[in-house]
Design a protein around this ligand. Structure first.
Ligand code: ATP
Length: 257
């Protein structure tokens, strides 16, 4: 089913997920556009990860639609959705610590370029396309100096950069980033925010993040979730003064900041 063209890369309508009697995500509308970082914020258990998992295709929606470039992808399985251009990074670290930075990136690039399982028997270093994609993604993420380092030896911040690079190596148009700043120091946070700022030029970016200072600096649009529902959506300035958000989430101190 084709969706109305809203100019959005990803258009979400009435997305809902139930776990038994619990409605984890309730009737959410959302649009992601190339050139924008769209942050989704909310207290613990608000439904942010469930929302990302539905967008990436890792869990099924109970109802509602997800359209990529006007094409309904709601029923599309995760690997096909990734190949269609929806990439994601995870809250937990998903790198192979024993492998080099380049090898980690090559593997995700190869999974994208050659989705059939038997291609994994072919050494990814022999795959020209995977090599090119991995090198390009690592360059964008600022990790070229660490190509041959063992991934497990990287600093926490560099590991998160590698996860973004691994996502970029799949050639996504939509980037779903689940708490990319978690556990980062000030310098690492600045580096990641600089990267997101660059990436948004060519991608539609969804950012789930608890670091409110970073969110209000980087986001072009913020959607606020409480108990599975969207309570507000707007520019950072609109969200800062939204009375519902002030009481439900930010608290008076942050709202005045
Ligand atoms: N697989 C599951 N089975 C049952 N309930 C679940 C499942 N996954 C999530 N939930 C519930 O759905 C609600 C939303 O959880 P979710 O993890 O999406 O919230 P969140 O906003 O990402 O929280 P956090 O910021 O802590 O990561 C919570 O009440 C959670 O307990």
């Amino acid at each position: 089913m084709a969706e109305a063209n809203t100019g959005a890369k990803l258009c979400v309508r009435g997305l809902t997920r139930r776990f038994g009697g619990l409605i984890a995500v309730n009737n959410v509308d959302l649009e992601l556009k190339v050139g924008e970082v769209h942050a989704v914020i909310g207290t613990n258990g608000a439904g942010k990860s469930t929302l990302i998992n539905m967008l990436s295709g890792e869990i099924a929606a109970s109802s509602g639609t997800i359209a990529l470039d006007g094409i309904d992808v709601t029923q599309m399985p995760q690997p096909r959705r990734a190949r269609a251009g929806i990439g994601r990074s995870y809250q937990r670290t998903t790198i192979f610590p024993e492998f080099s930075v380049l090898e980690n990136c090559r593997l995700t690039a190869q999974a994208q370029a050659h989705p059939r399982p038997w291609y994994f028997w072919q050494a990814s270093r022999n795959c020209t396309l995977s090599n090119e994609r991995a090198h390009a993604a690592l360059a964008r993420a600022g990790l070229t100096p660490h190509l041959n380092a063992q991934a497990g030896s990287l600093s926490h911040g560099a590991k998160r950069q590698l996860e973004v690079a691994m996502c970029l190596a799949t050639g996504p148009q939509v980037l779903l980033l689940d708490e990319p700043l978690a556990g980062m120091g000030a310098e690492e946070t600045e580096r990641m925010l600089g990267l997101l700022q660059e990436l948004k030029a060519g991608h539609a970016v969804l950012l789930v993040e608890h670091d409110m200072d970073a969110v209000f600096r980087i986001a072009d649009r913020i959607t606020v979730m409480v108990n599975g529902s969207v309570v507000a959506s707007g520019t950072p300035d609109e969200i800062r003064i939204d009375p519902v958000v002030r009481t439900a989430y930010l608290g008076e101190e942050q709202a005045h900041g």
